[in-house]
Design a protein around this ligand. Structure first.
Ligand code: IPE
Ligand code: IPE
Ligand code: MG
Length: 248
């Protein structure tokens, strides 16, 4: 914070931030509330983080909202999560358009209820010309499912063996057109990938915080971005400064 009370804009902003929004259940439990109350609080927080990302100049935000493994949760929780996402899409569509946010969906739509499928497609269509921020919602998403889907599609399209390159695989993923994430944030302290963007995360930087997702606000995001700005991304090479030292 400067003396004028203005925060300085973060530098070296990641183009693409991906978030594993974890810890809703534990957030609720800590307060003696049902798990669904945690999921509701989580969606309130999502609104804050979308706005903060747009303000900070992030161009792509990918959020993990429901994994292919989350179907294994109790029926009530799964139904509740479906209802919450339906309500959120309906309620937030105007706000997304006002914020110039383009919504995209990552994952399989066909296992969702026809009503939810319609709402997702409608929101994607209504926001497709927005330019400030691309918001990818990974819902019924799994990294292994995505890769299997990509290879099946390549076979159906008659892609030849020597045409199968990393670039070609990327083009067949749900994230086609989105650059790989620069920074992946996981809230609630778990140190695992949980089937999220397993191909795209090859060289992403990680930031893990013990904070539960509903409490991960603008300031915490700012901390993650500041830490990212100081990372040395070497991509398997030697840092330029080291190289100069060994070649003088
Ligand atoms: C993340 O919070 C949201 C979803 C997976 C849908 P959790 O529901 O996993 O919360 P914890 O990990 O049980 O605290
Ligand atoms: C990952 O969180 C999935 C989402 C955040 C949507 P989980 O809570 O499902 O992951 P695990 O079970 O801790 O690996
Ligand atoms: Mg969890």
């Amino acid at each position: 914070m400067s003396i004028t009370g203005q925060t300085t804009p973060p530098r070296n902003i990641p183009q693409h931030v991906a978030i594993i929004m974890d810890g809703n259940g534990r957030w609720a439990k800590k307060r003696g509330l049902p798990r669904l109350a945690g999921h509701k609080a989580g969606t309130e927080n999502l609104r804050r983080i979308i706005k903060a990302c747009a303000d900070f100049g992030v161009k792509y935000l990918t959020i993990y909202a429901f994994s292919t493994e989350n179907w294994g949760r109790p029926r009530d929780e799964v139904d509740g999560l479906m209802r919450i996402v339906e309500d959120v899409i309906e309620r937030e569509l105007i706000e997304l358009n006002e914020q110039d946010v383009q919504l995209r969906h990552l994952g399989k739509l066909d296992q969702l209820s026809p009503n939810l499928q319609r709402k997702v497609l409608y929101a994607v269509e209504k926001t497709r010309n927005n330019k400030r921020l691309v918001l990818n919602i990974a819902f019924n998403y799994g990294g292994r499912d995505e890769i299997v889907h990509a290879f099946r599609q390549m076979l159906l399209d008659g892609v030849k063996e020597d045409e199968v390159t990393p670039e070609m695989v990327s083009r067949y993923l749900y994230t086609a057109g989105t650059p790989d994430p620069d920074l992946i944030i996981r809230t609630s302290g778990e140190l695992r990938i949980s089937n999220f963007l397993i191909w795209q995360a090859a060289y992403s930087e990680w930031y893990v915080t013990p904070t539960y997702w509903p409490d991960f606000g603008r300031e915490e995001l700012r901390k993650a971005l500041d830490e990212y700005a100081n990372r040395d991304r070497r991509y398997g090479k030697v840092a330029a400064s080291e190289y100069e030292e060994t070649h003088v």
